[in-house]
Design a protein around this ligand. Structure first.
Ligand code: GLU
Length: 416
């Protein structure tokens, strides 16, 4: 146990990217190019607040690499957003797109703000201001944003409208995760969770654990966590614990997920309605079959990894497990399905949404589900097989699969 572990998400990503590229036979030049985003834009966004005063917000948009195609990835609204995090998140998006074999590189954006403390109209002005500030570097064939932590379909709608006004033509393909009536795709809202559920199926099959009756613990009850709880409950699993920023709920017999979904607010907060709660730390060390961190970065660290009593960890959040913790849980025989594979469902259905926007022809939910499953399972098999064949941990295997196509595209374009 180190306690002094470096939890910098960018440096730890760079370590694995370098490792992956070297194992794939690439040299220093490729590592140098792909270890950082090719572009990072920082913007200051003045927003007229409801009290008449103007507040200036800071936003970012990082674009990792566009050798494969336009960059793609969400925009998060959160007080802790920072340059390092946005950079790492853009690299993770490249890896997700690579694993799913989408024609995209990775991008990510964020604004330092607390949407829980802002009014509806203030959020609208902030969303529109952000699009005005980054409009030169984004677009349906350049960089396509989407929802992420604490952003949703309404915010995507405002952003799409602002972009369409700037360009003076309707541009639904500028952004994904839109409401259905504005060119959104069937199944997009629950896509990340559906992808995670598919990964849980695959991982459990490898471990010979039946889904029916399995005990599942989910950290986080936002978009990914809440839909996942419902899918697992519907599949016959027992969701024995969930949590939000305030605390966690635990019931060995299984929680009443429908009731919790009804009562949660739009930011996924629900535990404050209950007296009997446990801490997030206690939740992480519960004995269970599957543990799903579905909240934020650096939750499973060197200081709690040896207390985890799950057979499988499936990362629905981006970056929930540190590198040292990855090593500890892997050594302990816990099967870890890394974020860049497990949470790719969101961007996969975003890709479907963009394709539908470009075609002007819309698919049924069944069609979306079928194609999503196909892509997730293919991604799982490539990562699992490489992990078994090369005897590398699942995270390194996922990075190798994820960065392969991008490095090849860089080389074929003659950049290196
Ligand atoms: N924000 C999601 C992610 O981290 C989705 C990105 C997208 O749909 O482009 O994967």
């Amino acid at each position: 146990m180190t306690g002094m572990e470096d939890n910098n998400v960018l440096t730890s990503t760079q370590i694995v990217i370098e490792d992956a590229l070297r194992k794939l036979g690439y040299g220093d030049d490729m590592v140098e190019l792909l270890k950082e985003p090719m572009r990072l834009l920082t913007v200051r966004i003045p927003v007229r607040m409801d009290d008449g005063k103007t507040r200036v917000f800071i936003g970012f948009r990082a674009q990792h690499n566009d050798a494969v195609g336009p960059t793609k990835g969400g925009v998060r609204f959160h007080p802790d957003v920072n340059e390092i995090e946005v950079k790492a998140l853009s690299i993770w998006m490249s890896l997700k797109c690579g694993i799913a074999n989408l024609p995209y590189g990775g991008g990510k954006g964020g604004i330092i703000c607390d949407p829980r403390k802002m009014s509806f109209r203030e959020l609208e002005r902030l969303s529109r201001g952000y699009v005005r500030a980054i409009s030169q570097i984004v677009g349906p064939t350049k960089d396509i944003p989407a929802p992420d932590v604490m952003t949703n379909a309404q915010i995507m709608a405002w952003m799409m409208d602002e972009y369409s006004r700037i360009r003076e033509f309707d541009s639904p393909g500028f952004i994904t995760g839109k409401p259905l009536v504005l060119g959104g795709s069937m199944g997009r809202e629950s896509a990340t969770a559906k992808g995670v559920a598919i990964m849980i199926d695959e991982a459990m099959a490898k471990k010979n654990i039946p889904v029916n009756g399995a005990r599942v613990v989910i950290q986080g009850f936002g978009n990914a966590g809440s839909f996942l709880a419902k899918f697992m409950h519907d599949a016959g699993a027992r969701v024995i614990a969930i949590s939000d920023v305030n605390g966690a709920l635990y019931n060995e017999q299984g929680l009443d997920i429908e009731d919790l979904m009804d009562r949660r607010d739009s930011f996924g907060t629900v535990t404050n309605l209950f007296k009997d709660t446990i801490s997030n730390d206690e939740l992480l060390s519960l004995e269970c079959d599957v543990l799903v961190p579905a909240a934020i970065e650096n939750q499973i660290t060197a200081s709690n990894a040896d207390r985890i009593r799950a057979k499988i960890i499936v990362e629905a959040a981006n970056g929930p497990t540190t590198l040292e913790a990855t090593r500890i849980v892997t050594d302990r025989g816990i099967l870890l399905i890394p974020d860049v594979l497990a949470s790719a469902g969101g961007v996969i259905v975003s890709y479907f949404e963009w394709v539908q926007n470009n075609q002007g022809y819309y698919w049924s939910e069944a069609e979306v589900d079928l194609k999503l499953r196909e892509m997730m399972v293919r991604g799982f098999n490539s990562v699992y097989e490489l992990h078994a064949m090369k005897k590398v941990d699942m995270r390194l295997a996922a990075y190798m699969v994820g960065v392969r196509k991008m490095a090849e595209a860089v080389r074929l374009r003659g950049w290196i």
